[in-house]
Design a binder for this molecule. Structure first.
Ligand code: F6R
Length: 232
C-alpha cells in the first residue's frame, strides 16, 4: 500500500517535469517493493537520470552485495534509465571519488529523492554525528549498521567497514523527498524523525526542515507516533 503511494508519486514527478527528470535512489530492504512495482508498471524512465545515495568501498558492480549490483537487479535491468550514477566503490582515492560525485550532483539537481531510514536514524550512510552541511564523503560504518546489514552477507565480517555516501546537504537539496520505513525495528527512529529535536545525533531529524517530505510507514514503524487509541 505504501509502495503504491510511492509509485504514484514517481508517476506524478514524471508528469510534472517536461524535460529530464532526476531521481535520487536508495538500496536496502525497504525500497524493494517499490522497485518491483515500478518494474512491473508501464512507466517509462528513458528520459530519467538516477543518482544513488551510496556504495560500499571495496565492492565492484559484479559483486552481488554491491549497491550497483542491487540496482541493476531490482530496477535498471527491467527499467532502462537514460543514465545512472552510483559512487565507485573501487576507487580507493576518496578525495577524487567524492569530488567526482559532488560534480554529478551539481550537474543534475535531484527532483525526487527516495530514502530508507536506518535504525539509528541514518539517511544514506550518514551516521549519527554527521554534520548537516556534509557533501559526498567516505563513512566509517557504525557497529549497529554493520550488524543491521550483515543479513545480506555470508557473515558479518564480510560487511565492508566503509562506504561512500551522498551528504546530508545534498539530500536536503532535493526538491522533494520520500522516506520509507517498515517494521518495528524502525519505530524508535521514526518517532525521533517526526517528533524529536533536530539534531545531528539523528540525521533524519533534519528532514523536519525540508519543505516537501512524505513519510511512508507501516503500522509497526508508526507505533510510537500514533495517537492513543480512543475507547468507545
Ligand atoms: C541505502 C541507504 C540506507 C538504507 C537504510 C535502511 O542506500 O542509504 O540509508 O536506506 O540503512 O535500510 P533497510 O531498508 O535495509 O532497512
Amino acid at each position: 500500500e505504501g509502495a503504491n503511494k510511492g509509485v504514484a508519486m514517481l508517476q506524478q514527478t514524471l508528469k510534472d517535469c517536461h524535460e529530464q527528470v532526476v531521481f535520487g535512489l536508495a538500496t536496502g530492504g525497504t525500497p524493494q517493493t517499490l522497485y518491483r512495482l515500478l518494474s512491473a508498471s508501464q512507466l517509462d524512465f528513458s528520459r530519467c537520470i538516477a543518482i544513488n545515495l551510496d556504495e560500499y568501498v571495496g565492492l565492484d558492480q559484479e559483486n552481488p552485495q554491491s549497491y550497483a549490483y542491487y540496482m541493476n537487479r531490482h530496477l535498471f535491468s527491467k527499467k532502462p534509465f537514460q543514465q545512472t550514477f552510483i559512487p565507485n566503490g573501487m576507487n580507493r582515492n576518496a578525495t577524487v571519488e567524492t569530488q567526482r560525485y559532488d560534480q554529478i550532483l551539481d550537474r543534475y539537481p535531484i527532483d525526487l529523492q527516495i530514502l530508507g531510514l536506518g535504525q539509528n536514524g541514518h539517511i544514506g550512510f550518514n551516521e549519527p554525528g554527521t554534520p548537516f552541511e556534509s557533501t559526498t564523503h567516505e563513512v566509517q560504518l557504525t557497529e549497529s549498521t554493520i550488524a543491521a546489514n550483515a543479513r545480506f552477507f555470508a557473515q558479518s565480517t564480510d560487511v565492508p567497514r566503509s562506504a561512500y555516501s551522498m551528504g546530508i546537504k545534498s539530500i536536503m537539496a532535493a526538491k522533494q523527498i520520500i522516506i520509507m520505513a517498515y517494521g518495528k525495528a524502525k519505530a524508535a527512529a521514526v518517532k525521533k524523525l517526526v517528533l524529536g529535536p533536530v539534531t545531528t545525533a539523528v540525521p533524519a531529524s533534519i528532514l523536519q526542515q525540508h519543505p516537501n517530505v512524505t513519510l511512508i510507514v507501516d503500522e509497526a514503524a508508526a507505533d510510537q507516533i500514533k495517537k492513543e487509541k480512543v475507547e468507545n
